[in-house]
Design a protein around this ligand. Structure first.
Ligand code: SF4
Length: 464
């Protein structure tokens, strides 16, 4: 759990005042949404695919233990070494132990949200192991000493000029802001690392229970190089990454790639079935699969919250969210930003510390409409708000405010009276009228002297 989410209001206020950030985030999310729209609209059965995806995710989450056992058995049959980790600490310990046993001092790593959740890089670096992020976006944020601001586009908050300046400073090279040249510069530096690292770490997009196949989706081939060049491949996944059958993979690939990057299919889809063998001489000598629970089995039993585990991490709900578009990903202070982050962070990690996240939503429902596996995101946000209030996490002032609001709304006379007081205060105090929670970036609106109800009742123009 990242404690920064406890400071969400502060961070959001800072981000909203950063016009440059807002422009960059809006541009990047807008491009993703336009590409997604194009490839989704060409499928006449998109809604049926979403429904099918939802049903399959439900089946897995409702029968998590049995699918997990089936997957572990299949993966072991393929020659994989499977490790189950109950929590973050034991997952990190397992990974470190594997690296230590082969005496590796450097690991190459492809993009993985689970390793972000584990804060794996900092732990390995504290223990003297160099970690090289090889996804271009991850490489950029690693050079900048930052964390990803989006789950599929880690450096979404950076312009090409920002990246050019960063490369100039950190890689000691001349300034140029041509994306092709910047990519070539990163590739040149990473190539050697791939060839010399003894351990490669990757995430997993889908794990087929019946065949034990790990599927890794990407566009840069860096994940493929991480999984085949080093002699040891460590694949890190959480328990809910399982899909029932390898035959379900085409459906999930369609849902994921179209929603995430607006592509019909990504440039690379790697299918990892095990380490090298007599029949298959390519690939790593050892394949370790580390499966993290980290509270997910508990979540899978909750009638409301289990739906959060259906997520296939496409990032579309972030792109469409007006809050994410305005503040970017870092302000959430969680590994998982945006609507799904606001649902999963309080339920999976710490509800008290992340109590403001479910309120970071206009409840417009755009996230629910776009989700490829039909997670009812805005209703979950509403449910969590209720839970947060029921647990008594809200401040005394807010509780008093809501009690007064309730008292007012239960009587038309009181509502009328309060409206007049508000009108009078607004007239006397003007834009200096104190309004809790109202930001300095917006003026408190003028309050009407007469309510709509009284107009309807008395005005002959509207009269009854
Ligand atoms: S909640 Fe849905 S839209 Fe959001 S990242 Fe997950 S799968 Fe994608």
């Amino acid at each position: 759990m990242n404690l920064k989410s406890a400071q969400f209001k502060l961070q959001a206020r800072k981000a909203i005042g950063d016009a440059d950030l807002r422009i960059k985030v809006k541009k990047a999310t807008g491009t993703s949404l336009a590409k997604r729209k194009q490839v989704v609209e060409e499928l006449a059965d998109w809604e049926e695919l979403r429904q099918k995806g939802h049903e399959l995710r439900k089946i897995v989450v409702d029968n998590l233990d049995s699918y997990l056992s089936q997957f572990i058995e299949s993966a072991r049959r393929n020659g994989g070494i499977v490790h189950e980790a109950d929590d973050h600490k034991s997952a990190k310990h397992i990974i470190y132990d594997i690296i230590r046993r082969v005496s590796a001092d450097t690991v190459v790593k492809s993009k993985s949200m689970i390793t972000e959740e584990l804060h794996l890089n900092s732990m390995l670096e504290e223990n003297g192991i160099r970690v090289i992020e090889t996804d271009l976006g991850e490489y950029i944020v690693q050079l900048a000493g930052e964390t990803p601001s989006h789950i599929t586009a880690p450096a979404l908050h950076k312009s090409k000029e920002d990246i050019a300046r960063l490369f100039q400073e950190k890689l000691n090279m001349p300034y140029f802001d041509d994306p092709a040249k910047l990519t070539a510069a990163a590739r040149e530096r990473l190539r050697d690392e791939f060839l010399h690292a003894r351990v490669g770490i990757s995430g997993v997009n889908f794990a087929s229970a019946d065949t034990g196949t790990l599927t890794i989706v990407e566009n840069e081939a860096n994940a493929r190089l991480c999984t085949i060049l080093p002699e040891v491949h460590i694949a890190v996944m959480s328990v809910e990454k399982i899909i029932p059958s390898f035959d379900d993979l085409p459906l999930f690939l369609k849902l994921l790639t179209r929603s995430a990057t607006g592509q019909r299919i990504t440039s690379y889809v790697s299918l990892v079935n095990g380490p090298r063998s007599h029949h298959n001489p390519d690939g790593p000598r050892q394949l370790h699969i580390v499966i993290l629970d980290g509270g997910r089995k508990r979540l899978a039993k909750h009638p409301e919250w289990k739906e959060a585990l259906y997520c296939i991490r496409c990032g579309a709900c972030m792109n469409i969210c007006p809050i994410y578009q305005s503040i970017g990903g870092h302000a959430y202070g969680s590994v998982y930003p945006g609507p799904i982050g606001a649902v999963i962070t309080p339920t999976l990690f710490n509800m008290k510390d992340s109590q403001d996240l479910p309120f970071a939503s206009s409840l417009c429902g755009a996230c629910t409409d776009i989700c490829p596996v039909k997670i009812d995101l805005h209703h979950h946000l509403l449910f969590e708000r209720r839970e947060i209030v029921n647990r008594g996490y809200k401040s005394f002032i807010e509780k008093i405010g809501m009690a007064v609001w309730r008292w007012t709304m239960l009587s038309s006379g009181r509502l009328e009276f309060t409206g007049r007081i508000g009108w009078l205060l607004r007239k006397v105090l003007g834009k200096n009228m104190p309004a809790p929670g109202w930001t300095p970036h917006r003026q408190f609106p003028v309050i009407a002297l007469r309510s709509f109800r009284s107009l309807m009742k008395n005005d002959t123009k509207y009269g009854t």
